[in-house]
Design a protein around this ligand. Sequence first.
Ligand code: GDP
Length: 455
Amino acid sequence: MFESLSDRLTGALKDLRGKGRLTDADIDATAREIRLALLEADVSLPVVRAFIGRIKERAKGSEVSAALNPAQQIVKIVNEELVGILGGETRRVQLAKTPPTVIMLAGLQGAGKTTLAGKLSHWLADQGHTPLLVACDLQRPGAVQQLQIVGERAGVPVFAPHAGTSVGGEGDLGVDGSQAAVAVAQAGLDEARARHYDVVIIDTAGRLGIDAELMKQASDIRDATNPDEVLFVLDAMIGQDAVATAQAFAEGVDFTGVVLTKLDGDARGGAALSVREITGRPIMFASTGEKLEDFDVFHPDRMASRILGMGDVLSLIEQAEQHFDEAEAQRTAEKISQGELTLDDFLQQMLMIRKMGPIGNLLGMLPGAGDMKDALSQVDDKQLDKIQAIIRGMTPEERDNPKIINASRRIRIAKGSGVTVTDINQLVDRFFAARKMMSQMSGRMGMGGNQRKTN
Ligand code: GDP
């Protein structure tokens, strides 16, 4: 899922790369591309409007980070806004202070409630909980049996009405069916208390469409069991209908969290991007297949970087911001533009970059780096260690004015730092070449001392 959305968003942002400055027209064009990408992914219109509004406002506003170039800043803003509409912080299950914790599942028929009951109970059992599944879907023929099979697979016990008891037969629609479901839920809860299960997961009946009776039954069960969590299970493949369904359940039953299912399908992802914003309830879990293990806690930040297809670039951006010293960068930019960069500055720059981690890792985070693994493996930290050792072996005067490094000085430095004279020659030559190039470039780009550095 999210593939076409991801492709389009990445494409829109890629166009910005290499631009030193962004005009309002650049931002508008990018915003238009993002808007189309979201609409095509079935994100609901009000959500798209609000999202684009915030992106434009932030991109054109005074939000300027000296550590990032303009394109990186837009990526950062889009990423943060995506995390925002996906819910911000990861939301964990609220456990009851006095067990058992009661978790009720609600949603349309076929949304994946019963499957989820198995996954959730399996996941909780893995964490040392002792869950009990309660089969309250007495309407869909075979639903109770399906939960029993799911429970068996998950290794979790199932509390189900016995055939022939007074709790009502399967396929029994109507008030009696509803009362029967409530009775089963209550009996399941009693069973959990008596046998010390610490989590009760109640599987409820769904319908093919939204109707009053379905909502009443769900809210009756909710009132009778007072759940700690009511999870609304939403099939991500239903596209635009997701919003109306979520709204109906929010009003009819109210829920504390959302579980998105069938994220493995070719859904366009609009449900995921709309449901939190529309209902104000967090997405808590994601289901990505029919097997027990195809299930995970929903992390808005990870999902956002997956959608943007640039997870590692985002961590690079974060690290750059963390280690960036604005005053220092400003000073260096001034020196570069005046052709006055010294070996000491060079060393300081290198140390700053190295604070971010091994150089191969940093380069490997760049987009497209996957194809260059071999080349990157040549860039090793040992070479940088060598450069550092050479510069440290120089006197402050030599670092400040590398022109004075004559043959006899080269021999001394080589001995002192345990390298060959050729190594020294290479470093000094490269330094002069780089200094010349950087100063020419900064002149062409109009980078004066009082302008912001573009990396
Ligand atoms: P319920 O009516 O809400 O209880 O829905 P079920 O749990 O019976 O699920 C309906 C169908 O969707 C079943 O065939 C499940 O195997 C399938 N299903 C549930 N979750 C997922 C999922 O995350 N991915 C895929 N591909 N299929 C799922």
